[in-house]
Design a binder for this molecule. Sequence first.
Ligand SMILES: Cc1cc2nc3c(=O)[nH]c(=O)nc-3n(C[C@H](O)[C@H](O)[C@H](O)COP(=O)(O)OP(=O)(O)OC[C@H]3O[C@@H](n4cnc5c(N)ncnc54)[C@H](O)[C@@H]3O)c2cc1C
Length: 523
Amino acid sequence: MTSAPSARRGRASTRRRGAASGEPRRHVSVLVIGGGFGGLGAAIRLRKEGFDDFLIVERGSEVGGTWRDNTYPGAACDVPSHLYSYSFELNPNWSRSFSPQPEIQRYLRGVADKYRVRDQHLFDTEVTAAHWDEAERRWTVDTTNGAFTADVLVPAVGALCEPALPAIKGIETFQGDLFHSARWNHDADLKGKRVALIGTGASAIQIGPTIAKDVAHLDVYQRTAPWVMPRHDRAYSKVESLAYRHVPYLQRVAREAIYWGREAYVLGFAIEPKILKAAERMAGRNIDKAIKDPELRAKVTPTFQIGCKRILISNDWYPMLARENVELVTDGIAEIRENAIVTADGTVREVDAIVVATGFHVTDSPTFERIFGADGRSLAQVWDESGQQAYKGAAVAGFPNLLFVVGPNTGLGHTSMVFMIESHLNYLASALRTMREEGLGSFEVREDAQRRYNERLQQRMKRTIWTTGGCASWYLDKHGNNTTLWPGFTFTFRQMTRRFDAAAYHLTPAEHSAPALTEGISA
Ligand SMILES: Cc1cc2nc3c(=O)[nH]c(=O)nc-3n(C[C@H](O)[C@H](O)[C@H](O)COP(=O)(O)OP(=O)(O)OC[C@H]3O[C@@H](n4cnc5c(N)ncnc54)[C@H](O)[C@@H]3O)c2cc1C
């Protein structure tokens, strides 16, 4: 059995050691999977709390997660940057309200350097399996770059991380360039080509207008028309940046104002959907302004209440659809051939390239198939039966010493995910402090606590727009439950995760007190 995470100073090195190669496993107190906003934030927080014996295992070559991977033309955040950034690292230099991807990625790289946590990342390394070892009361973790044991496992793998390709007949036979929005092929030159864009979600509406002017022809394949609101984006002036740099308080005020403005949406989403009627009217005017053709207007007018699916923001989506070289196709795709897409009505549209913007494996991440709990079942197996659920979006019964950063029911449709991430980092830090102070070896959330928590959450979910708004969306899992979104104000979530609530957990004392849990090879 292992003991509580130690606060002893020590650096996680990147020595290659592997169980398969017969080399001993390296031990770390905390092993975090993923180096996006969540994993990087965890590194900084753990260091701040004095837990230096941790490792961030990241399959990519750099920090950034979402913002490293989504390099498609037009990629940008859709929550204003002054809010969509760490609270402890405001950036007075954002160039505009909704920063483009390269700027966000630069920010994250800069944060990793400034807080000197880069060397605690093990890059180009994928976690291939993690098993809870009941006898040793710790995790054994296999990666593509060595094997580890860890007292605490922290999956920070993000919900929008694993691209989902649509299961379309013949997709593998296509001879042109075909790629997912989150894996943009920058070698594929789309200029002057006939291009198909499959999907009309948050990524597609940034991609379409950016490429439409350069391609010869663009077919946009739409299954469901989204609600699209105007995008109040503008460049920040030098004076504003200077003011924010020299009077940080001003930026805090701006951030607070954005936060509370966004939080007001929750009144409509989760309490009284009628409030959203004004937003629906505004989005309707957005359509009327840009599209004169009644047939096209009908095609782009959603058939569900605004808010039921993610509300998108764009000033150029509708003008793009009205362009001469763009066709909005609403017939379902029947088949993909070597050089064409065939729709259900039999129409064949020849294309040179296909961009797939059909979203992500949100509730069925492959990583969930690789994490095995106390009874030997994987998270994927457990959640296949119950639907994905956790206690406070962090802990899962049967999976001791595991805390997610933004797990089930922590997603948002209206404001910054970084707020939720930082709430979970509070919870993680508090749990580790509790382990250290109380001399605990393990914690495991009680099944009854998890059940009660989720019953209350799903009860609240019933009256939200995501349930009542008349749409099917990626928020819902195969059981029809919304296991992705947080159904309330984010400040309530912040309050709820402020402290590790030990009473909801089975706790086991450490068998022996605080041996070195830092650099040592413990097997
Ligand atoms: C195009 C796009 C735009 C978005 N815009 C916004 C926005 O404006 N506002 C907002 O709040 N949210 C936005 N989001 C959501 C965004 O994903 C979150 O805000 C945030 O970036 C999530 O951070 P994360 O660290 O939780 O996950 P991610 O950024 O997804 O990072 C997860 C990391 O885990 C790694 N990983 C996964 N599995 C393994 C494994 N088995 N082994 C090793 N490493 C692994 C991945 O490589 C990745 O680096 C957007 C998402 C997308 C896709």
